[in-house]
Design a protein around this ligand. Structure first.
Ligand SMILES: [Zn+2]
Length: 74
């Protein structure tokens, strides 16, 4: 289950909520003031996964351009 990060628009408190995929911000409330005016931030879980995936393989053409299809310079 992904971890979402929110910032309360009322008091500025930053907090994290474990939610189902696709759950809206309406299900998140500020733990400090109980406000429902919250803004979703980028998920730390998602960014961590993206970073791990990106470091594993080189982009096409970085090390062996000849194996990345033919006619690249037609
Ligand atoms: Zn608040």
């Amino acid at each position: 289950m992904p971890l979402y990060e929110y910032v309360c628009q009322g008091c500025g408190t930053r907090f994290e909520v474990l939610q189902r995929v696709g759950a809206g911000a309406s299900e998140a409330t500020c733990p400090k003031c109980g406000g429902r005016e919250v803004a979703k931030q980028y998920s730390t879980f998602a960014s961590a996964m993206a970073g791990a995936a990106g470091s594993g393989s080189l982009p096409c053409g970085a090390s062996s351009a000849s194996s990345c299809g033919s006619g690249g310079f037609s």
